[in-house]
Design a protein around this ligand. Structure first.
Ligand code: NOJ
Ligand code: CA
Length: 705
């Protein structure tokens, strides 16, 4: 836009205070973004896809704390600039080896007339959706400020179907509820009590990443990208008008994020398509993050691992060394003088067995939880105890295990349960990371179970978001990969810091041992939680009857063995666990073969079938080989899946090994029924298979040379 037109526009808006409007289209013209300032100077946007409205007229802005000068109206346009961007980048690991980042951008710079404060809104319009963020340039009239409320709206056109979890500030470990928007209020109480956790901030408060489906066939995902130095965004639904209002996780005092100009907010994202498969294929969230900031990334590698873990989760063994919960205090009591409980998982001979198993079956790593002192005191709820992340229990021979693992060509994976004592973790962090490096550990699973100590912060407030980022960036300094559990859900940050190798931040397999999860849970997660980054879902459970491991645990894993295999393909993560016990794998070595074979890092991914809550089928080609792996997870009733292998190279011949549900498989009553067959296939082959509810299939395809 020329300067003359711009000043004419400013004049126009000042004189008449009437609307300014501008449109931007995606490169393929399917997505349209419309920005305007209304007659009160309120910034407003609208969005459509193939001429169907996705977001109705929705306002933008902020309520500022203790200022009375909310950044929400009386704006005029300083400038409006458009540009285009098209670049292809190479992720360090991912669902494909090259990612195209192609968008048209609109930056509107606004001046608030009564305060002379400047705020810009940057929109990026991609073929798969829109991202926008607020920017506060350096300026005389805006320095420090506290956001009381972000006024961003996402106005829906109708009473869509949503896949949602309650707006909890501390956990995402919920089963998803599928309902109409108008039903959320009525279902909220039961959604909350079905979980071990806290409460929602409102009877219509839900979390992102949120998946919506419209009656006219659109799939919409609402989330955020690049959540840095800000509070995580939840959504509160105005269920009379079907408008989602941004709801920022407050800090312990009830405040939103503390800002200092110059600064920017995270991107608010709306991914849209009329084909559910495109939501899974979207890379918009990564594209809205900064390029990799780690120079030497040679130490960042995908890992397939086993661990001393499921046995504790099921209650078969324990993290703690003794049952005398109050007997031991760090530096006060010598553990060798306490009575061992006889079921401590992380004991040297047992860990060595795991190392042997990992080495025999070609796994990269072994995770050991409960290796370090302090679990008794934590379980005993003592507030005066904190972990030190460096002192092993007397029956865990740290050096001996390090040497043994090295001999066997297996990597040890560190575990840091912070017990949510975040300042304690921060004060130990340098030493703890150095300790890892000194003992040959290159990756850490960290955890934040419980209420945040010492300030009672929320898990998703700005202070905590900054902590996770601090721990991640410091880990990069030490060349350590991080797999954080109970941390804030990811927002594509692993583009910038690919040492964030995975996260939990959703209801993982552990809940199958805490009473069970919905059989279709894994057909929702890729549309919601996985939009922001990979999940350490810890699949691979073969013994679904948990009482076989621990007679006191009646839980049942709501899944078939074939479904468990498929998860290695459908739940993308460069960090994948084979979570069950070696004794259970030894009973089904033919099925276990798939877990051993399946790739971790991908050249390309082809999304073959998808419907949230119902089914997902994905084919992926392993990076650096000619092998393909296919996974199908099935959520609701029995279903016939039909796929064509046209993703294979034309003219080449392959052997496909198919692991599918047995004819009599049933996720409740007969989950271990599966069949395996080998077939010669080409790009012309079609495969038709029945998957049961909670079932699925997995296929490995190897080229015949
Ligand atoms: C919860 C984590 O999700 C789980 O994987 C871990 O074993 C426990 N916390 C103990 O740290
Ligand atoms: Ca957890």
């Amino acid at each position: 836009m020329t300067k003359q037109i711009l000043s004419a526009l400013i004049l126009f808006s000042i004189i008449t205070a009437s609307a300014f409007a501008q449109e931007v289209y995606s490169p393929d013209k399917n997505v349209q973004l419309h920005f305007s300032l209304n007659t009160e100077g309120v910034p407003v946007y609208q969005m459509s896809f193939k001429n169907k409205v996705v977001i109705e007229s929705s306002r933008l802005g902020f309520k500022i704390k203790e200022d009375g000068q909310d950044l929400n109206d009386a704006f005029s346009i300083i400038s409006s600039e458009t540009s285009s961007f098209d670049e292809t980048w190479k992720p360090i690991w991912g669902e494909e080896s090259m990612i195209r980042n192609n968008y048209n951008e609109l930056v509107i710079t606004l001046n608030q007339n009564r305060t002379q404060r400047v705020m810009a809104i940057r929109f990026r319009v991609f073929n798969d959706g829109v991202g926008f963020r607020y920017e506060f340039p350096e300026q005389p009239n805006l320095g420090h400020f506290v956001i009381e409320k972000e006024l961003t709206q996402f106005a829906m056109t109708n009473d869509h179907t949503a896949f949602w979890i309650p707006g909890d500030y501390d956990t995402q470990e919920y089963d998803y509820v599928e309902s109409r928007l108008s039903e959320i209020r009525g279902l909220m109480a039961s959604a909350i009590t079905s979980n071990l956790s806290q409460t929602s901030f409102s009877p219509t408060g839900v979390q992102t990443s949120l998946l919506l489906k419209t009656d006219d066939g659109l799939y919409i995902n609402l989330h955020e990208a690049a959540l840095i130095d800000y509070s995580a965004m939840h959504l509160e639904l105005d269920d009379k008008n079907y408008i989602f209002n941004a709801w920022l996780t407050p800090d312990v005092q009830g405040d939103g994020p503390y800002m200092i100009a110059p600064s920017v907010t995270p991107w608010r994202t709306v991914i849209v398509s009329d084909d559910a498969k495109d939501i899974l294929a979207s890379r918009m969230t990564y594209n809205l993050n900064e390029p990799c900031k780690i120079e030497d990334t040679s130490w960042i590698k995908p890992i397939k691992y086993v661990g001393v873990w499921w046995e504790m989760i099921t209650g078969k063994s324990s993290w703690a060394y003794t049952d005398d919960l109050k007997a031991v205090k760090l530096g006060i009591t010598d553990y060798t003088k306490t009575k061992p409980n006889g079921k401590h998982g992380a004991n040297t001979p047992h860990v060595k067995e795991l190392i042997d198993f990992a080495s025999e079956h070609g796994f990269d790593g072994v995770l050991v939880e409960g290796w370090n002192i302090g679990w008794e005191d934590w379980f005993g709820n003592s507030k005066d105890y904190v972990f030190d992340f460096m002192t092993p229990y007397p029956d865990f021979d740290l050096i001996g295990i390090k040497n043994y693992a090295k001999e066997k060509g297996v990597e040890m994976i560190m575990h840091h349960e912070t017990s949510a004592s975040v300042r304690n973790y921060e004060r130990h962090l340098d030493q703890a990371y150095q300790f890892m490096k000194d003992h040959g550990y290159n990756s850490v699973k960290s955890g934040y179970v419980g209420d945040i100590l010492p300030r009672g912060e929320n898990h998703y407030s700005q202070w905590m978001v900054n902590h996770y980022q601090y721990a991640l960036e410091k880990a990069a300094d030490y060349k350590i990969m991080v797999n954080a559990h109970e941390a804030v859900r990811p927002t594509g940050i692993s583009r910038t810091y690919p040492n964030l190798i995975s996260n939990e931040s959703a209801r993982g397999t552990e809940y199958q041992a805490f009473g069970g999860s919905k059989a279709n849970h894994v057909t929702v997660l890729p549309f919601t939680r996985l939009i922001g980054g990979p999940m350490d879902y810890t699949p691979g459970i073969f013994e679904m009857d948990i009482s076989k491991l621990n007679p006191d645990n009646e839980s049942h894993v709501n899944s078939t063995i074939a479904n468990q295999l498929a998860l290695y393909v459908t739940m993308y993560s460069p960090l994948q666990m084979a979570a069950d016990l070696p004794e259970n794998y030894n009973r089904f070595l033919d099925a276990f073969q798939f877990i051993k074979d399946v790739g971790l890092d991908w050249e390309k991914s082809v999304y073959l079938e998808a419907e949230p809550g119902s089914y997902i089928t994905i084919a992926r080609k392993e990076k650096g080989t000619e092998k393909w792996f296919v996974g199908n997870v099935n959520g609701k009733q029995d279903r016939i899946s039909e796929i064509t292998l046209d993703f294979l190279d034309k003219g080449k011949k392959y052997i496909a090994t198919i692991y599918s549900d047995g004819d009599d498989a049933n996720y409740k009553t007969n989950p271990q029924s599966y069949k395996i067959k080998e077939l010669k296939v080409t790009s012309k082959s079609k495969i038709k298979l029945k998957s049961v509810e909670g079932g699925g299939y997995a296929i490995s395809i190897v080229q015949i040379k």
